[in-house]
Ligand binder design. Structure first.
Ligand code: URA
Length: 481
């Protein structure tokens, strides 16, 4: 029996060196026990394994395995080192092993890597810094309890994102610290070391209350996005229960006051539209989960998360915006900030129920430049729009809407696959093929940016008029059916 003791839970280089030596010495995976220094069962607190000969020679494994192994080794399952060595062993005689998705070892390493990536995303989204000290001596400290060994993996994101402020993220496994120049890693600490309340808490709470939309409350979906175990470290979590209760009261009042029969024309739009044949393409949930790991362009590096489209999977209308903004990036949902509020109002005036519309963006990651603590929106460029277009195409194939509304130049570029001037195409229905039509209009942020009040009011009316074209088209389509 060979006992391999790695230096730490995340010692990929140590694992790789040992695995290579074991394989070159022909050691069957069943003859190896893997442990981590400090965690060895007493029986194994022995001398390091010197029985492996320095065997010259080499062998290749697919680059995909190395990438997968670097992530899967961060999983908390103690069997991961053995699983990785078993796969390496098997890859030597079957180079294409990783392509066999039904193989139990391949499925398991894939699931482990996915769980680690999911945990990394959760850490990016749910770390909340508390300010310790004041003004020039400020230091920002956060407490987080990761599911897997992801502190070193996740730390560079915080260094890029909060480059201007010194911070520490404390966890029970390891702590990461940023002094404005480099990330340092130190051993884990107890929760009692972490600061509790500070003056930033109120900012988080008012921000959360401002983006909470009772009309779009889905408790289950919300808990999937923000599982309860993270609540105890989120300042805004204390608001969740009262906001849900308030939303339920508001909804109950709306139901009590609602007319018993929907308007006839509206009813036809909702119920009688011809349904397209069910698509064999991926479901939106599957696409969303795939897109969470998208690295097709560099924008993922600084964004908190992928902001995927949202809405019914059989929506008749698909609204396409440019890219998530600051609030969308933090909330993980499209159009929840100021542009979203403008859009909600215009949709309502045009007679379109937002909850029946699928809302998405041409680009799914927030692009910005940091200016102190503010993140300034930047327009995505053509390579970024092109890299992200696959997601729009796949959303389109899955939803099969009757009408796509492109809001702004970036959306139009994605919808038509080429630069499309807004003013030339605006306000008319354009055939895009495969039974879908497109309508081009301006982006709601354009209205927010207009400095002149009159111009803003005039342009807003034009925007609502464009959306009314969409509403009429759907009514007509329903009639024709
Ligand atoms: N602007 C967009 O284009 N999309 C959003 O989701 C928010 C603002």
């Amino acid at each position: 029996m060979h006992v391999i003791t790695l230096d730490s839970e995340t010692d990929f280089d140590g694992w790789r060196k040992a695995a290579r030596a074991l394989a070159l010495n022909g050691v069957d995976p069943r003859g190896v026990t893997w442990t981590v220094r400090g965690n060895e069962p007493e029986l194994f607190e022995a001398e390091p394994d010197t029985s492996l000969e320095e065997t010259p020679g080499t062998f290749n494994v697919p680059a995909k395995f190395v990438e997968l192994a670097k992530i899967a080794i961060l999983h908390r399952n103690p069997e991961r080192f053995a699983l990785l060595y078993r796969l390496l062993w098997r890859l030597r005689s079957n180079h294409d092993l990783l392509e066999i998705a039904t193989d139990p070892d391949v499925a398991e390493i894939g699931a482990m890597a996915k769980a680690v990536r999911r945990d990394e995303h959760k850490m990016h989204a749910f770390v909340r810094f508390r300010e310790v000290g004041r003004e020039s001596k400020s230091h920002f400290v956060a407490w987080f309890e990761p599911e897997h060994h992801i502190v070193e993996l996740a730390a560079p994101f915080f260094a890029r994102r909060f480059a201007d402020m010194p911070w520490s993220i404390l966890t029970p496994d390891l702590c990461a610290h940023w002094d404005g120049h480099a990330v340092a890693i130190t051993p884990g600490v107890a929760k009692s070391e972490a600061p509790t309340e500070d003056r930033l808490e109120e900012v988080w709470r008012s921000y959360y209350a401002s983006i909470f939309n009772p009309a779009r409350l889905k408790v289950k979906a919300m808990q999937n996005e923000m599982p309860k175990k993270y609540w105890r470290n989120l300042p805004e979590a204390s608001l969740i229960k009262p906001l849900i209760a308030e939303a339920e009261r508001t909804t109950a009042a709306m139901v009590a006051n609602a007319p018993t029969e929907p308007h006839k024309a509206q009813k036809r739009v909702e119920e009688d539209m011809p349904r397209k044949a069910a698509s064999s393409s991926d479901s939106i949930a599957a696409l969303r989960s795939e897109a969470a790991d998208c690295r097709a362009c560099p924008l993922w590096k600084n964004a908190t998360q992928t902001v995927f489209g949202e809405g019914p999977s059989r929506a008749h209308i698909m609204l396409v915006g440019e890219q998530p903004g600051d609030k969308e990036d933090l909330a993980g949902k499209p159009f929840v900030g100021p542009a979203g509020q403008m859009l909600d109002r215009a949709l309502e005036e045009a007679g379109i129920d937002r909850t029946k519309v699928y809302v998405t963006n041409a680009v799914k990651h927030f692009k910005f430049v940091p200016r102190g603590k503010i993140r300034l929106h930047q327009k995505p460029n053509t390579p970024e729009i092109k890299a992200c277009r696959q997601w729009y195409e796949r959303e389109l194939a899955s939803i099969k809407p009757d009408l796509v509304v492109a809001m702004g130049a970036t959306a139009a570029q994605s919808v038509f696959g080429k630069i499309t001037p807004i003013n030339k195409s605006r306000g008319r229905l354009i055939e895009t093929g495969e039974g879908t039509r497109a309508l081009v209009t301006v982006h709601p942020s354009y209205l927010l940016r207009l400095p002149d009040e009159h111009a803003r009011a005039r342009e807003y009316e034009r925007f609502v008029d464009d959306l009314k074209i969409a509403a009429r088209f759907l009514r007509k389509a329903a009639h024709a059916a």
